[in-house]
Design a protein around this ligand. Structure first.
Ligand code: HEC
Ligand code: HEC
Length: 301
């Protein structure tokens, strides 16, 4: 049997002896352990330099690593962190790359090409639906149905400013100011007659004699609404001969008296509405897709 005392003679000990024969070896650390330990120290220092690591006051050391991300069409280096890395991954994912390619394709195509291409239409529709929800639905409603008297319906084929793609694009990029002056001095019988005449233009069942008398007063309105009441898209002046109403909600009024009251209100008070301009807030491709979408909502003239 090996005597531990013999072994202790071969190996260096610390010199302490307990209970007469318990000795403490003084073995060096194994090299594999030592080198691993040094490696972790070097790793840590390199890590601190490259990545965000140490808190400094309310901030932290950001590290020298960067991530390339795209912002507003320009590539940009951002300090590495899990957030910028996620953004970069989302931007470079196959789906995102494909989407960007498609947006460029739609951006380069003419309206005729887009309208004639079912694939581009489907793409524009799905993208624009999101933009519409973000930027337009607060006023025009989720389905573009509007909210009279404040916001016009975009889902009918009746347009104040014209329903061709170029008109719709102009409405979105530059905004619109819908202004009708107030005719406060038209009162009493004259007001009632004029309101009757306006309603007769779209076939409402008004008193024929009153409408006939009101025709005279309509001379004040012709400059904008036209001799026949067909409106003028250059001024945003509504067509008064169709049954689609953009400001006053005539179909919702119960009786002819209520309808006349609504028309009389517009004559006396005028109209001042404003559509904000989106030309500087949205990219040209976004406005293009929205234009196609709104055009289609309105039945696509
Ligand atoms: C702050 C409310 C508001 C927002 C947001 C808004 N609009 Fe409008 N929009 C209006 C008003 C008010 C009018 C009517 C202007 C007038 O009276 O002539 C209008 C008119 C329009 C017209 C012209 C309609 C016609 O009959 O000729 C189009 C097209 C239109 N908006 C599209 C959009 C789109 C697309 C968006 C989103 C990018 C949008 N609007 C966002 C308020 C808004
Ligand atoms: C300076 C041009 C101008 C004149 C003059 C004018 N209008 Fe208008 N009118 C407009 C415009 C523009 C609108 C649409 C406002 C808007 O888009 O917000 C409008 C809207 C209306 C509407 C609402 C139509 C709808 O679809 O809801 C009625 C009704 C109307 N006008 C009647 C008259 C009558 C009656 C007169 C004459 C007493 C008259 N207007 C004179 C410019 C004019």
């Amino acid at each position: 049997m090996a005597n531990p005392a013999n072994k202790s003679k071969q190996v260096e000990t610390t010199g302490h002896v307990w209970d007469g024969d318990l000795r403490e070896y003084n073995n060096p650390l194994p090299n594999w352990w030592l080198w691993s330990f040094y490696a972790t120290i070097i790793f840590a220092v390199v890590y601190w330099i490259i990545y965000p690591a140490w808190p400094v006051g309310k901030s932290f050391t950001r590290g020298i690593a960067t991530v390339t991300v795209e912002e507003n069409g320009q590539t940009k280096e951002m300090p590495w962190n899990s957030r910028s890395q996620l953004i970069a991954e989302m931007q470079s994912s196959p789906a995102a790359v494909k989407q960007r390619e498609y947006i460029e394709k739609v951006g380069a195509a003419s309206y005729e090409e887009i309208l004639a291409n079912p694939d581009m239409m489907a793409f524009a529709r799905s993208m624009a639906k999101g933009y519409f929800g973000d930027y337009c639905a607060a006023c025009h409603g989720q389905g573009g149905q509007g909210n009279l008297p404040f916001f016009p319906n975009l889902a009918d084929d009746d347009w104040l400013w014209g329903g061709k793609v170029e008109h719709i694009q102009a409405s979105i990029s530059s905004g619109r100011k819908g202004n009708m002056p107030a005719f406060a001095n038209v009162q009493g019988q004259a007001l009632d007659d004029l309101a009757s005449y306006v309603l007769s233009l779209s076939g409402e069942a008004v008193d024929a004699a009153a409408a006939e008398r009101g025709k005279q007063g309509y001379a004040m309105c012709m400059g904008c609404h036209g001799a026949e009441g067909k409106g003028n898209p250059m001024l945003g002046a509504a067509n008064l001969t169709d049954k689609a109403w953009s400001v006053i909600n005539i179909p919702a009024a119960g009786s002819i008296e209520e309808k006349k009251k609504l028309v009389a209100g517009v004559i006396n008070k005028g109209i001042a509405r404003e559509m904000p301009a989106f030309g500087s807030r949205l990219k040209p491709e976004e406005i293009k897709m929205l234009t196609v979408y709104v055009h289609e909502l309105g039945g696509g003239k």
